[in-house]
Design a protein around this ligand. Sequence first.
Ligand code: GLA
Length: 727
Amino acid sequence: MRRLFSLAAVIDFALLAASLTAVSAQPVRPVITIKTEHVGMTLAVGADGRLYQAGFGPAESSFRVPGGSPAREVEAYPPYGNGQITEPSLKVIHTDGNTSTDLLYVSHRAVESEEGRVETRIELRDGHYPLRVTLCFRAYSSEDVIEQWIEIQHQEEKPIVLERFGSSSPVFQASGYWLTQLEGNYMREAHLVEERLTPGIKVLDSKLGIRAHQMRNPSFILAIDEPAREESGAVFGASLAWSGSFQFAFDVDWNNRLRAVCGINPLGASYRLDPRTVFHTPSMLWTFSSQGGKGGVTRNFHSWARKYGIRDGSAPRPILLNNWEATYFDFDEAKIVSLFDGARDLGIELFLLDDGWFGNKHPRDNDRAGLGDWQVNEKKLPRGLGYLAAEAEKRGIRFGIWIEPEMVNPASELFEKHPDWVITQAHREPLYGRNQMILDLTRPEVQTHVRKVIDDTFGPNPGIRYTKWDCNRYVTQPGSSYLSPERQENLLVDYQWALYDAMKYMAERYPGVISMVCSGGSGRVDYGALKYFHGFWPSDNTDPVQRVFIQWGFSHFFPAAAISAHVTDMGRRPAKFAVDVALSGAFGIDRDVSKMSAEEKKTVIAGARLYKERLRPLVLGGDLYRLQSPYERPQAALSYVSPDRTRAVVFIYRLGEEAFPPVKPRGLDPAKKYRVREINLPEGARSRLSINDQVVDGATLMEHGFAAPLRRAVESAVIELTEEGAQ
Ligand code: GLA
C-alpha cells in the first residue's frame, strides 16, 4: 500500500495541518474528491482562494490536502499571467486587452445520476473580470473512468479571445514518466512508440483540423516510475473525445513534476467568444490502473466504451462484405447483385456498397468527380438503391452504403452552384486533397444541405441498414467566407461541433442504420465521433500482417466491437492467416467471391460460421488480454475472456521463423478446469497443439501456458478454452 501511495502521483505540499477542518480559526476550505471504485482525484482550495490539485491516482489513498497556499505549479486549471509561470491551460485576452486571468474558487456541487455516475461541477471566476470557468467531471465508478471538460463564459462588454482552453491538465509527481503514443500515417496507422519524458515540453499534436488523426490518435498511455508493462505497474490511459486538431503538452518541470495539458490544439484556433455564450471544451477521458499496467487501462476503456462510448456497444456487429477492394469504382447493378449472391454463399449478413454509386452530370467513376451530388448514378444503378436493398434482402442480406457528406469535388453540380460553400482562403491558389474540398459546416446553408443529403438518401430507402461515413482530406487553408474576418479562427472549433450535430442528426433520425466512421482509414477515431458510430475503419491497409500491428495499437483504447477487421487478399497471405486476424475484431470481408479459389472460399466460409456460432460474443464482449506483443518478438498472441470466465479464445499469429516461449493465457479462473481446443483448423488437418482436447485447470494454463502450434511465419492458430461442463 505504501508503494501504491508513492506511485499515486500525489503532490506533496508543505502541510500546516493534517486536517483542514481542525483549523477552527479559519473558514473551512473545500476539499473536492472525484472518485471511482479504484481511481481518485482530489482538489483543494488554498488559503489564497485558488483551486489546487492534491492528488490523482488510486482512490484508496487518502490524499493529503494543502494547508496554506501551495505552489502555483499545482493549480488545478492554471491560467496564463498574474504569477503563473508554467504551461497554462487557459489564456484569455479580455475586452480591455489584459492578457492575464486569475481564477478563484466560487462553489462546487456533485450530483449522482441514476446509473451511479457522479457529475461534479466546480465553479471558478476571475478575481476582477466577469469570467466564469467551470471544471466539470463525470466519474464512472465501476469502469474507473474520469471524464473532464471545461465550460467558459463571461459577461464582458464585448467578445473575449480564448487563446488556450485545455480540457484537462492534471499534475503528476513520480520518479519518472514513460509516454506511449499511437503514431503513423495512411496505411501505417496506430503504431506504438514509447519514450521517457525529460525536462521541458514534449508535445503530441495534430494540426490537420479535419481527418485530424491521420498521423496520430488523440490517446496516450502514461506509465509511472518505469516503462509501461502489459499486466503490472502503475499506468494512466487517456483519450480526448475530439475529432479535430488536438494538443497534449507534457511539461516536466524543475521538480520533476509533470503537467499534462490536454485539449484542442490552440494553434490557429484563437476563439472569439461572445458574452453570455458557453464555450465547451471536448471531454478528456482518464483511467488509471495502479498495478494492472496497460492491460488494466485497456479493460477499463473497453468496458466504459461498450457502455457509454460507442453506439449500441454490446450489440453484435454484423458480418460485413464491402465491395471496395473487390471493385473500387468499377461496378454496375449486375455486378453488385452478383456480389450479393457470393456474399450469401459466404455467410455474410450485410453488404456495404462503397464509393462510386452517385453523381450523374459528373459521375463518380473515379475520385476526381461527383462528390457532393448524392443522386444515384442512373447509368450504373438504373433501379436505384431501393432495388439493390430489396435484392440483397431477397438473399437474406442487409444492405448499406458509403457516404462522405461534408466533402465536394470541384467537378460537381453542388460546387457549380455553391463555390463559396467550401473551406478556403482568399488570395491563395486552392489546394485540394484527393481532388476534393471541404464544405464549410459553420455556414447554416451547409448544415441544412448535409441534413438534406442524409434525409434524401436514407429517408426514402428504409432498406439501407448501414453506412460508412468517410472523410478523405484534411484542412490546408483554414478559411471561411461565412465567418467574419475577426472570427476566422473560430472555424475549426465551430466546424467540429457542427459536424457532431450532423452525426447526431443521422444517429437519432435513423437509429436502425448501423454506422462505421472512416477517414481514409483511421483519420477520425476518437470518442467524440464514436458516440454516433458503432465502429471505425482502422486502415486501408488490410494486409493481415500489418493489421496485427494496427489492431494491436488501437486495442489499447478501443474495444474489438469498434474495430472493423476484414479479410482481403492484400499482401497475398494464406487465407487462414487473414481470416484468423479478422476474427479478432468486428469480422468482415472485402473480396469478390467469384475471384476466390475453392480453397479460399472454404476457409472464409468456415471462419464466418465460427464467428457467428462461437466467437462473436466472446470477441466483442470479452475482456482483452494481450499476451505476446508483436513489438517484442515476431509473434503476437491475444485473448478474450468471457466476463464469467467460463470461456476464452486465444489468437496466435506467427510473423517470423523463430520459435518462441510458451503462450500464457491470462484472466482465467485459476480454479476452473478448461477444455483446450484448437479451432478453425483447415478441413482434415490435425492440431499441433500439445494439449489439444485436454482438460487443464486455469492456474496451470496461466503458469505454464502452451507452445504455439505453429511452424513458420504467417501461420496462425485460434485456441478455445471452455470450462468443462459449460457450453
Ligand atoms: C477511403 C476509405 C476506403 C474507401 C475509399 C472510397 O479511402 O478509407 O475504405 O471507402 O475511401 O473512396
